[in-house]
Design a protein. Structure first.
Length: 679
């Protein structure tokens, strides 16, 4: 219940820069809400110092002489059994009015001796009064905070929930993420004719010399157990009664065997749906949809160790307020950064949030120049980000020029079954050489029943757009698909910061090297989700801490939101043009210059205006784009997904590109990488 108080005779002079526009300077009277959510500790006004922006609740403050006349006394009757006291709250703003039982109908202004009482028949004159923006400060407390809701997040949460209180914070709905969109499947050597070593070998070949052999073997060796865990949790994979393991296995580019376990052509959706049922039924898991994370909370905020993470701030998109999520352990599972490019197969949530937040907090990142472009994204004016699975080529799909001629055999002896980077560059080459808008993927030579059985989602979607894939080829183009680099982690999913783990596409684990092998990504989510949970459970729950709220005291509502939309479009266009499938020094230099200008403009906007979803995502996209460009400039060779016309050859010694946000400082050793490295 919220009550209204009328404050009269307000001073016209603004209190501080950034606040003056909150109230019209000519106003003689203003109305404020009195909300019991604002009950706070009492502080001496003279002892309060100004804090830099930390984004606390939005408050409008007037420090001036004010009179509370009989209006206040009359209003007291509506409070029913409450007594008003005045308290002063933090950040140079803020005298709050709080209330409790008013059985004696007395009002006590804040004074050191607490002795003076309010006489309702006289005029009250206090030192400083305040009014506030009607908002509620919200602080959530859990043992573990997970940012993101993809397969890595759900896996980690389920493995923790029996022994820890878990919060899952996601920027849209729980199903809105890249995991739910995954079509292909999960690579696992479950067939009698396959082996873990063969899986490792194929992964190392695709990774072009940059895969960590130990990590690759660890992941491949756990694939069978991960499939069993998913099956036990209700995931229904496509069966094959004739197969030794009872599961149908498909083949994708870069694999020497049929080893991709799948649920038709919608594996991600099948997995997510089953695990979400478990998540929603578990009493120790609390989900927060429509909350977009802004930044991690380090120990520096509370006068502790800077390298300690205690949770995160997140914008509640429903209320527009920033809420504090306190946790003993925080897990980044925010996905990749495909939206940094104009054309992508990724959902709109893939804006590099975790990479940017981790970088700002002090984590190293590695190999961000390796952005995988999926060769076959549906080309249609009414289709947005619809992927044509690599399994279509694995089952015999042929890539054709507009005249019906096959071309992949001219670029690689493996033809359509070559790794994604090879196929994407070949398509890009043919499109630019011939000036065509797209190429075509044809599976129509297969029986119609086979196509509908194996690719029901793709068949149905194309049919909606007037394309019958049982009779005609599919128009396709390359599009940004997967971020192979990310936040540096070890085999326990630990980052450089204490109590901060990272899992899934947001990470650099050493598995993918210079190019991800198809269907290894969901497997990586499962393996490192289990690893992160095990590492967290190995330590006792952290003590609860009181974290500072988000400080929005010196910001106002945006006055020119067109700046955000314009910069968003400009960023994605120049990243596509200059930092795409084929790169040059000149293109990268142009991109670097433009991203610096954008960063300066967006940082200024961020410092002066209240945060919203678009601003948060744009800030993260620009930061991630800058890291991608810097990484690409450091790699003076062509390897895997990074192809440079100025450096077309591959160096004899492979090296990782590692960027450190704090050069000269020693980070914990993770993945055996040096603190600052270049290829």
């Amino acid at each position: 219940m919220r009550h209204q108080i009328i404050l009269r005779r307000i001073d016209r002079n603004p209190v501080q820069p950034g606040v003056e526009r909150t109230f019209a300077p000519k106003a003689r009277q203003g109305t404020v809400g009195l909300d019991e959510g604002f009950l706070g500790d009492v502080f001496h006004l003279g002892g309060i110092t100004h804090h830099p922006r930390q984004e606390t609740p939005e408050l409008a403050v007037i420090l001036a002489q004010q009179e509370l006349e009989r209006t206040l006394v009359a209003l007291l009757g509506a409070f029913d059994q409450y007594l008003i006291q005045v308290s002063v709250r933090h950040s140079s703003l803020l005298l709050f009015v709080s209330y409790e039982s008013i059985r004696d109908r007395t009002f006590r202004p804040w004074e050191p001796d607490g002795a003076k009482k309010f006489n309702p028949t006289r005029v009250f004159r206090g030192q400083a009064q305040a009014c506030y923006h009607p908002a509620t400060i919200m602080q959530h407390r859990h043992d573990v905070l997970i940012l993101g809701s993809g397969l890595a997040a759900l896996t980690t949460a389920l493995k923790l929930a029996d022994r820890r209180r878990v919060a899952i914070v996601t920027k849209r709905q729980m199903t809105d993420g890249a995991s739910d969109w995954a079509q292909g499947g999960i690579a696992a050597a479950v067939d009698n004719g396959d082996s873990v070593e063969a899986h490792v070998h194929d992964t190392l070949i695709a990774g072009a010399g940059l895969c960590d052999v130990e990590v690759t073997r660890l992941v491949a060796s756990q694939a069978r157990d991960m499939i069993a865990w998913l099956t036990a949790n209700g995931v229904a994979f496509t069966p094959d009664p004739q197969a030794p393991g009872g599961l149908h296995l498909t083949r994708e580019g870069g694999h020497s065997k049929r080893r991709v376990v799948h649920a038709a052509d919608a594996t991600g959706h099948a997995v997510q749906t089953s695990l979400l049922d478990k998540i929603r039924a578990h009493p120790n898991i609390e989900t927060f949809e429509q909350h977009v994370a802004i930044d991690l909370i380090s120990g520096k905020r509370i006068g502790g160790q800077e390298r300690q993470i205690h949770g995160a701030y997140a914008l509640n998109k429903g209320t527009g307020e920033v809420e504090t999520f306190a946790a003993g352990h925080t897990v980044l599972a925010t996905g990749g950064a495909g939206k940094v490019y104009l054309y992508t197969t990724n959902p709109d949530t893939s804006t590099g949030d975790g990479i940017a937040m981790a970088w700002r907090a002090g984590c190293r990142v590695a190999n961000l120049e390796f952005v995988q472009f999926h060769p076959t994204c549906l080309y249609h004016p009414h289709a947005k980000s619809f992927l044509i699975s690599e399994a279509v080529r694995g089952e015999g799909g042929r890539l054709l020029l507009p005249d019906g001629t096959r071309f992949m055999q001219l670029h690689d002896e493996r033809a359509e079954l070559a790794p994604r980077d090879v196929v994407a560059r070949a398509i890009d080459f043919e499109m630019k050489k011939r000036g065509v808008d797209c190429v075509f993927l044809d599976i129509s030579h297969k029986p119609a029943g086979f196509i509908r059985e194996h690719f029901p989602t793709i068949h149905a979607r194309c049919l909606e757009l007037g394309i019958d894939i049982t009779r005609e080829p599919i128009p396709v183009v390359p599009a940004a698909h997967y971020t192979c680099g990310g936040v540096v982690t070890d085999i326990q999913a630990r980052t450089d910061l204490c109590n901060l783990h990272a899992v899934g596409e947001v990470t650099f684990t050493g598995l993918h090297g210079a190019n991800r092998l198809a269907s290894n990504s969901l497997l990586e989510c499962l393996v490192f989700g289990h690893a992160a949970a095990a590492d967290i459970l190995a330590s006792p729950p952290a003590p609860e801490l009181e974290l500072p709220p988000w400080d929005a005291s010196r910001v106002t509502d945006p006055d020119e939101e067109v700046v955000i939309s314009h910069n968003w479009d400009e960023l994605r266009r120049f990243m596509w043009d200059y930092v795409g499938i084929v790169r040059t020094n000149k293109r990268l230099a142009r991109a670097s210059h433009r991203v610096r200008l954008l960063r300066a403009e967006i940082d200024e906007f961020y410092r002066n205006f209240r945060v919203g979803n678009d601003l948060i995502e744009l800030r993260n996209l620009v930061q991630t784009a800058d890291l991608i460009i810097r990484s690409a400039q450091l790699r003076q060779e062509s390897r895997g997904l990074h192809y440079s016309r100025d450096y077309p050859d591959t160096l004899p010694i492979a090296g990782n590109t590692v960027l450190n946000p704090r050069p000269g400082t020693m980070c914990p050793s993770v993945c055996g990488l040096p603190n600052e490295a270049t290829p």
